[in-house]
Design a protein around this ligand. Structure first.
Ligand code: ADP
Length: 500
């Protein structure tokens, strides 16, 4: 029998990628196509759903063609930009208007009026989320308000609504299946954490019909055949998860005690908490990690708005470095930041402060602070923001963290990982295969079709490349104290309420 292969479709915010993996987690082939971003008004962000599908289909077919002769593709896994919504015609499969992207802020007023009407507590308790334009529910509500004629069509089942996973499943099965997985459903504000299904009370709060929504299915399990792709007829779609949850799975963080942090433009930190959701006392999100074999598991999630982009700021706005790698080199030439603390609150602060009025601050400057110290302060800022989130998670989950698994572009910086390990007092580990998001989707699919006999078998394929142990001589208390004071001084800076 030929080697089992898995096709992962990684539908991101700026590009559609496809990777064919073997069972050891090696990428056998891959392809990627970017698509256009549309900003029709300030604060609005749209995608053309047809273009998403076209780029994803081409990437998939190219990756499949390049993998020919190297094994047999057994299943397809999908992972996607979360919270983005698409509405389409149930007969023709044509999108009705543009996809509204997760970054879009057009529903800020709607969120405010729902808050003022007293819905925040009920919605947060049921969904683990906040009333924020980020999530899908208010985007769909906005659409029905902007185009009232859609309501009767939605109720009659003439049009469908879903997140990007649902859109791809529909296109891949040529209209055969309308489904979403539990992890994606948990980002909509319409799905209860405890039942893992759409909730009539929430649907009423947002004024949305149930008829146009997809069926919520397991994250690992056969969903339908991908008949639309050349060279793949008969291959099942068998794994689906939102990008951060897929990365958590791909990092084999399957049990409480492990967590993953993706160090990209921003950071996404997720920690599994087991089979009961944990309500956060620190404004973290509580979310569904995945549902496998009908069993739902949960995670806590926190994000850092400005992480790798602080390095880009040093490069592009200040010109103190020419490349991100140079930041690492320069920072490595000094022992510490010489007292400088950078709070990169360029767009306000997220958890645990949630202060949209905060702005960036550079404190503790003396005449001797040079660009190497600034680079070091920028790396420290990324690690300090992450450490604050980890502390919140440890308290919310009521259990320690034994290891942090790192991925994303900025995890290339060994020094960043060392600073992180020293701050947390636990090892920080980067895996051999850093394509954790796509690998997670492949893992969920492979598990469903028997490529691995169980989760433990799958997680055995995860391998550490670099393990950074905390330096026993490190004493991070003073740095953390300075950071906390600096964060306080960055807060409540903007006087006018920011327009979101
Ligand atoms: P995203 O998926 O969010 O677009 P990536 O995972 O590709 O981001 O990571 C890109 C980020 O990684 C950039 O913000 C960049 O500054 C940062 N980065 C890349 N290489 C390094 C490095 N050697 N040291 C520190 N940061 C780095």
């Amino acid at each position: 029998m030929s080697d089992p292969l898995l096709l992962a479709l990684d539908q991101g915010t700026t590009s559609s990628r496809a990777i064919v993996f073997n069972a050891q987690g090696e990428a056998v082939s891959q392809a990627q196509h970017e698509f256009r971003q549309h900003y029709p008004r300030p604060g609005w962000v749209e995608h053309d759903a047809e273009e998403i599908w076209a780029t994803q289909k081409t990437a998939a077919e190219e990756a499949v063609a390049a993998a020919r002769g190297k094994g047999e593709i057994r299943a397809i896994g999908i992972t996607n930009q979360r919270e983005t919504v698409v509405v389409w015609d149930a007969k023709t499969g044509e999108p009705v208007g543009s996809a509204i992207v997760w970054q879009d802020r057009r529903t800020a007023d709607l969120c405010r009026s729902l808050r003022e009407a007293g819905h925040e507590d009920e919605v947060s308790a049921a969904t683990g989320l906040r009333l924020d334009p980020y999530f899908s529910g208010t985007k769909l509500a906005w659409l029905l308000e902007a185009k009232p004629e859609l309501r009767s069509r939605a109720e009659a089942g003439e049009i469908r609504a879903g997140t990007i996973d649902s859109w791809l499943i529909w296109k891949l099965t040529e209209g055969g299946v309308h489904a979403t997985d539990a992890s994606n459903a948990s980002r909509t504000l319409l799905c209860r954490l405890d039942t893992g299904d759409w909730d009539d009370g929430l649907l009423e709060t947002f004024g949305l019909p149930r008829a146009w929504l997809p069926e919520v299915v397991d994250s690992s399990g056969e969903i339908g055949e991908a008949t639309a792709l050349d060279g793949l007829r008969g291959v099942p779609i068998a794994g689906v998860a939102g990008d951060q949850q897929a990365a958590l799975f791909g990092q084999a963080c399957l049990e409480p005690g492990l967590a993953k942090n993706t160090y990209g433009t921003g950071c996404f930190l997720l920690m599994p908490v087991g089979d009961r959701p944990v309500a956060s006392r620190h404004h973290l999100l509580s979310t569904i990690a995945w549902r496998i074999g009908g069993r739902t598991e949960y995670a806590l999630e926190g994000s850092v708005f400005v992480a790798g982009s602080a390095i880009q700021w040093l490069r592009d706005e200040l010109g103190v470095i020419r490349s991100a790698a140079e930041c690492d080199e320069l920072a490595g030439t000094v022992e510490d930041s010489h007292g400088a603390v950078l709070v990169p609150a360029f767009t306000g602060l997220g958890a645990p402060q949630w202060d949209p009025y905060a702005r960036g601050a550079l404190l503790g400057l003396t005449r001797g602070v040079n660009r190497a110290h600034l680079c070091r302060a920028a790396l420290e800022a990324i690690a300090l923001q992450t450490a604050d989130l980890v502390d919140c998670m440890r308290e919310d989950a009521g259990r320690p963290l034994t290891e942090l698994r790192a991925d994303g572009g900025a995890s290339r910086s060994r020094l960043l990982l060392q600073i992180q390990a020293d701050l947390l007092g636990i090892p920080v580990v980067r895996p051999v295969h850093v394509e954790t998001t796509a690998w997670g989707a492949a893992g969920l699919a492979g598990l469903a079709v028997g490529v691995w006999k169980d989760r433990a078998d799958f997680s055995a394929s995860w391998q550490a490349d670099l393990t950074v142990e905390p330096d026993p001589a490190a004493d991070p208390a003073a740095l953390r104290r300075a950071w906390t004071r600096a964060v306080e001084r960055s807060r409540d800076w903007v006087q006018e309420p920011p327009r979101t």
